[in-house]
Design a protein around this ligand. Structure first.
Ligand code: AMP
Length: 147
């Protein structure tokens, strides 16, 4: 798991779904649903100012009894999200997910947003890696020992 986030982004692509900071929760949820994603970054112009995830919908909107149609994103987003550089290893990303108890990390290089990594992306990568290793082991065993 010494692979870098950059390798993950090569496969996943660098498309990041984002919303402007001054929209309502209902509008942001519409964007998240239409792209089938559990999180959106919140931008002020080109600047990353927050992150809003399905967890926030539950805890800061529904549980708080707020009306999504009138609640501004800025009231319920997490400000100044933690980010990683694309050189960060998958191992370090997993450690952050575990320590901070969140499942999304925006990727920034030199102040520029270059992608978003979710715990789902990490899981997919681990499954692929394990499948590949298992396949190699099977071939090795099937090949038998040299005489
Ligand atoms: P998640 O598990 O990613 O749905 O997020 C759980 C909580 O952490 C929510 O309040 C999110 O807004 C917040 N959160 C998610 N990602 C980050 C991040 N990279 N930095 C700071 N907070 C985050």
């Amino acid at each position: 798991m010494n692979t870098s986030v950059a390798v993950l982004l090569e496969h996943k692509g660098s498309v990041v779904f984002s919303v402007p900071h001054d929209i309502t929760v209902a509008a942001a949820v519409k964007v998240m649903n239409s792209h089938k994603v559990g999180a959106t970054l919140v931008m002020d112009g080109g600047r990353l100012v927050g992150i809003f995830t399905e967890r926030d919908v539950l805890s800061r909107v529904v549980a708080a009894g707020l009306d999504p149609a009138t609640t501004p994103m800025e009231r319920v987003m997490t400000r100044n999200p933690i980010t990683v550089a694309s050189t960060t290893t998958i191992e370090d990303v997993m450690a952050l997910f575990t320590a901070k108890r969140f499942r999304h990390l925006p990727v920034m290089d030199d102040g520029r947003l270059v992608g978003l990594i979710s715990i789902g992306d990490i899981l997919r990568r681990m499954v692929e890696t394990h499948r590949h290793e298992a396949e190699q082991l099977k071939q090795y065993i099937a090949g038998g020992y040299p005489p």
